[in-house]
Write a protein that binds this ligand. Structure first.
Ligand SMILES: O=C(O)CCC(=O)C(=O)O
Ligand SMILES: [Fe+2]
Length: 348
C-alpha cells in the first residue's frame, strides 16, 4: 500500500501534486505569522498570579511537570500513528465493525454526538486537512474485538493506552479547573464544581494532518475556531503548526518537547463571565512536507447545568451544543457564544 492510500481520497490530490482539492480552499493569510512563547505553568507548583494572567490575557498556556509518564505519551503517539496509517477503507470500518463508541472522522473536527462528521451547510468553504479518531472516555469498551488479528492487538493497545492517558489527563483537568476557579474567587460546592466540569464528559481525539506539497499554498489543517469545552489539553508532536490569535495577530506556538498545551474553551469564558477567554486558534503547518500528529482532550460541563453570567443569557451546555450543530449544518460554521449574548436572537 502506498502511504497516500491511507488518506481520505479528498486529501490525495493535495498530497500528491500540491493542487488543492476541489473543496479545499485556502484561507487568506491575515498577518505574517510569528513564533511566540505562551506562558508556562509549572503543574508541580501552580503560581496563582501567572495562572490568572495566562487565563486572562492569553486563554492558553504551556504546562510543564504535568506528571504524565513520557513513555505513555510516546507509546500513545506511536500506536495512534500506526492505526491512522491503515488504508482509508480499513479506518472507516475499524470501529463500525466492533460497535464501539469510538469513531473515525476526516475533513472536519465538527462531529455529532455519535462522533460522526457533521454535514456542513452549503456555505462551508473548505475541507479541513485533518482526520482522526474520536474517543469518549467514559464509554470506552472493556475490550476491543476485530476480525483481523494484527489490528485486534493494535486496537487493544490503543484502548489500554488511551484509558491510561485519559486517567492522567482527567486528573490534570480537574486540578487545573479547581485552581482556575480559585483565581476567579468562585466559591463552588462540590455539586457546582462537577456541574461546570463533569469528568465523564471527557473525550480524546487523536489527529493526523497530512503533508502537502508547498505549491498547495497554506493548506489549513484546522480552520479558525474556539473550543466549546471548559478546558482542552493538547499534546502535539515536534512538527508545530498550532497558531493562536493574540491582540489581533496570528502567532505560531513553538512546540516544546514533553510539555502539554492547555487552552480555555467557550464554557470557561462563560463561567468566568468573560474574565477569561476562549482563545481563537487554528492549525496551519509551516513545514508542509511532514505530517503532524496530536492528541487532544476536551472536557465539558454537565449537560443540563445552567451557566449564568452577566454577559450571556442563562444557557446549558446542551443548548450550546445544539446551537453550534445547527449553525455548522446551516451556515457551515460555528457562531458560538455570540449566539447567547442578550441582544442575539437565537437561531435554532
Ligand atoms: O491538533 C491540534 O493541534 C489542535 C486541535 C484543535 O484545536 C481542536 O481539536 O480543537
Ligand atoms: Fe481547538
Amino acid at each position: 500500500m502506498s502511504i497516500t492510500e491511507s488518506y481520505p481520497p479528498a486529501f490525495r490530490r493535495v498530497i500528491n501534486d500540491g493542487a488543492p482539492s476541489a473543496t479545499a480552499e485556502i484561507e487568506p493569510v491575515l498577518v505574517q505569522d510569528k513564533d511566540i512563547d505562551v506562558p508556562v505553568i509549572d503543574f508541580e507548583c501552580l503560581d496563582k498570579e501567572i495562572l490568572t494572567e495566562a487565563c486572562r490575557d492569553w486563554g492558553i498556556f504551556r504546562l510543564k511537570n504535568h506528571g504524565v509518564p513520557l513513555p505513555l505519551m510516546s507509546q500513545l503517539q506511536e500506536i495512534s500513528e500506526s492505526l491512522l496509517s491503515l488504508p482509508f477503507e480499513n479506518k472507516q470500518k475499524l470501529f463500525a465493525a466492533v460497535n464501539s463508541p469510538m469513531s473515525y472522522f476526516w475533513g472536519t473536527p465538527a462531529l455529532n454526538r455519535s462522533g460522526d462528521a457533521l454535514k456542513r451547510g452549503a456555505q462551508a468553504s473548505n475541507v479541513s486537512m485533518v482526520e482522526g479518531f474520536n474517543v469518549p472516555l467514559s464509554k470506552l469498551p472493556a475490550s476491543t474485538s476485530c476480525d483481523d488479528d494484527a489490528q485486534r492487538s493494535e486496537l487493544e493497545s490503543f484502548r489500554v493506552l488511551i484509558e491510561e492517558y485519559g486517567r492522567h489527563i482527567t486528573r490534570i483537568a480537574v486540578s487545573l479547573f479547581e485552581a482556575i476557579a480559585q483565581t476567579l474567587n468562585l466559591e463552588l460546592s462540590s455539586h457546582q464544581k462537577s456541574g461546570y466540569l463533569l469528568e465523564s464528559t471527557g473525550l480524546i481525539r487523536v489527529y493526523r494532518y497530512p503533508p502537502s506539497d508547498k505549491t498547495a499554498g497554506e493548506a489549513l489543517g484546522m480552520e479558525v475556531h474556539t473550543d466549546s469545552s471548559v478546558i482542552s489539553i493538547l499534546k502535539e508532536d515536534e512538527t508545530g503548526g498550532l497558531e493562536i490569535m493574540k491582540d489581533e495577530e496570528w502567532f505560531r506556538v513553538k512546540p516544546v518537547a514533553d510539555t502539554l498545551i492547555v487552552n480555555l474553551g467557550d464554557m470557561m469564558q462563560a463561567i468566568s463571565d468573560n474574565e477569561y477567554k476562549s482563545v481563537e486558534h487554528r492549525v496551519k503547518k509551516k513545514d508542509m512536507t511532514t505530517k503532524r500528529h496530536s492528541v487532544c482532550y476536551f472536557v465539558f460541563p454537565q449537560r443540563d447545568c445552567v451557566i449564568k453570567s452577566s454577559n450571556y443569557k442563562p444557557f446549558t451546555y446542551s443548548d450550546f451544543e445544539a446551537q453550534v450543530q445547527a449553525d455548522v449544518q446551516s451556515l457551515g460554521t460555528k457562531i458560538g457564544l455570540l449566539r447567547f449574548t442578550p441582544e442575539s436572537p437565537l437561531f435554532l
